[in-house]
Write a protein that binds this ligand. Structure first.
Ligand code: ATP
Ligand code: MG
Length: 274
């Protein structure tokens, strides 16, 4: 996907996204030498990758390989030990002292969609989507509402704006979670196994919503085991094992003809778990 939201002619993301980077040709995201240790466990052992603007990166790998830790580092929910993360114009070098302000600025560059749709149960759908813009970004309620309605239309849930989360299916709740992540107008959207807690028949609608976002040019990093989604939507696939990116390339390279034994074994198990 190369179309940027700013050039989209659809009714959706353009006015809502800030995903265009100021420097042409420069990747939106650059991660260099990222390391993270929990206790004496080196969870990330020098991770490097780039994400061009308007593209989809899919991160796959066995349980415990460090995928969530990479996403949480990008969103600075985790503070890396060393390494440089740049998203848009905000860069932090974690080998040096990074201030709270720098962390906050970096965090504001991305929105995160978690495995389970952790919506506020006491708030209606619309309020769930506008909470970040109004409470954190201090945006006017009328503007936040109209942007939120536009996002709910994108994920196909405009008619549910006035309902409470318990009145929605799991798939619908997860799509509200996606609208909520987009509402803060991030440069980058991070998805951590967004369909893994859903019943199988609800997975498709969430993947379709994500495909729609990709087609509109949102820049996305997605941890998922949905290989068909990766094949259809990813621009690059990163295969992680034990804190290292072992393999990277197009879906055809990594998913269809992986060169490492480890990736071949992982994909075989994924496609044929029994
Ligand atoms: N806060 C933490 N404290 C201690 N260890 C942690 C913490 N977070 C993650 N880990 C460990 O780091 C390793 C990588 O975890 P991570 O959640 O990044 O893996 P993952 O690839 O996302 O796995 P999964 O596919 O199961 O979600 C695991 O061994 C995990 O137990
Ligand atoms: Mg994980």
């Amino acid at each position: 996907m190369t179309q940027t939201p700013g050039t989209s002619t659809t009714t959706s993301a353009p006015s809502l996204s800030q995903a265009e980077d100021a420097t042409p040709g420069r990747p939106l995201v650059s991660v260099r030498g990222l390391t993270k240790t929990f206790g004496d466990h080196r969870v990330l052992k020098s991770i490097d990758f780039e994400v061009p603007v308007g593209t989809v990166t899919v991160l796959i790998g066995p349980s415990g390989s460090g995928k969530t830790t990479v996403l949480r580092s990008l969103n600075v929910l985790e503070t890396p030990d060393t390494g440089v993360i740049r998203i848009g114009d905000v860069e932090a070098d974690f080998s040096t002292a990074v201030t709270k302000r720098q962390k906050k600025a970096l965090r504001a560059q991305s929105g995160m969609v978690f495995q389970a749709h952790n919506l506020f149960p006491h708030m209606k759908v619309l309020q769930n989507v506008t909470a970040g813009p109004i409470l954190v970004q201090h945006r006017k309620q009328a503007d936040a509402n109209s942007d939120a309605m536009q996002l709910l239309r994108i994920v196909g849930l405009a008619e549910k704006a006035d309902q409470y989360p318990y009145q929605l299916s799991g798939g619908q709740q997860q799509r509200v979670g996606i609208a909520r992540a987009l509402a803060i107008k991030p440069h980058l959207i991070l998805f951590d196994e967004p369909t893994s807690s859903l019943d199988p028949e609800l997975v498709g609608e969430v993947l379709e919503a994500m495909k729609g976002l990709a087609a509109q040019g949102w820049t996305m990093v997605v941890v998922t085991h949905e290989i068909r989604f990766a094949q259809q939507v990813a621009d690059q696939v990163l295969f992680m094992d034990d804190g290292i990116i072992v393999e990277r390339g197009t879906p055809a390279q990594v998913l269809t003809a992986p060169s490492s034994q480890r990736a071949r074994q992982f994909l075989r198990r994924l496609l044929d778990p029994l």
